[in-house]
Write a protein of this length. Structure first.
Length: 263
């Protein structure tokens, strides 16, 4: 079987998923993100080479039907208050698309989403404190494509603290590390791969703060979208029984299913 050819990455089809709960329930969050976090990201990430669409929890199938996912190269996922309301069937569908090659960006509290836990194989648990404190992010792997154009360090004036220990996959590759005003540190940006799909987790993005206005944060997300884009133009076929590539010599005796010779 020959490998699938490399994909043509123009334009990248990006779906931004947001549970869209806080913006309806909290007036301060609504004021900050009147069109929802998904709407703000779609507006601020728009640019050449990207075809953006949005989806939310309240839509049929959470806006993530099989057809939508087939037409998605990279999926951004923002969740916090409604993780358990996400359908297990939709989670399974997203997981299979990642295995096939779709990229996934898990944002902020998506560390506890069903899809992130399913893909990482961990609980995603961590320490947290909501105190509008200063966060300094360090680019600890400046050679990584997601770090392209980012300074060695940048500051978010107010953010929610996430602290170690953070239960993440053992094969995660850390690109960004955070320090918080209260003294904690945190692995705020890391990657891993599941099947043919690339996954990136990025911590900044609490709903009560204007984090998604920060140009460095937006640059990280733009870089991550391009990094997570599918490499193959089509997924490898599902499990099947292929024809042999070489002639198979007939053996003496009779072999059972377990390969044991019988008289």
């Amino acid at each position: 079987m020959n490998p699938s050819p490399l994909i043509d990455h123009a334009p990248l089809r990006v779906t931004i998923w947001n549970e869209f709960v806080h913006e309806k329930q909290n007036p301060e969050v609504q004021k900050l993100y009147p069109r929802g976090i998904h709407g703000a990201l779609a507006e601020r990430l728009a640019g050449p080479g990207l075809a953006l669409r949005t989806a939310t929890l309240e839509e049929p199938e959470h806006g993530l039907s099989a057809e939508v996912l087939r037409q998605t190269d990279v999926l951004l996922w923002w969740g916090h208050a409604a993780h358990e309301q996400v359908s297990d069937e939709v989670v399974r569908r997203v997981q299979e698309r990642v295995w096939e090659g779709m990229g996934l960006l898990a944002l902020h509290s998506a560390h506890r989403s069903k899809i992130f836990r399913a893909l990482s194989g961990t609980s995603g648990k961590l320490h947290w404190r909501e105190a509008a404190e200063r966060e300094r992010l360090w680019t600890i792997d400046p050679a990584h494509p997601i770090a392209r154009g980012l300074p060695e360090t940048f500051v978010l004036p107010v953010e929610e603290m996430y602290g170690e220990p953070f239960m993440i996959a053992g094969d995660a590759h850390v690109v960004f590390l955070s320090w918080f005003e209260g003294g904690e540190v945190f692995r705020s940006g890391f990657t891993f791969q599941r099947g043919h799909g690339r996954v990136f987790y990025f911590r900044p993005g609490h709903e009560a703060y204007p984090t998604y206005e920060n140009p460095h944060v937006l640059q990280v997300l733009r870089n991550a979208i391009h990094w997570a884009a599918p490499i193959l133009s089509a997924p490898y076929p599902k499990t099947h029984r292929p024809e042999s590539l070489e002639p198979i010599e007939e053996k003496a005796g009779t072999y059972g299913k377990a390969g044991i010779v019988t008289p």
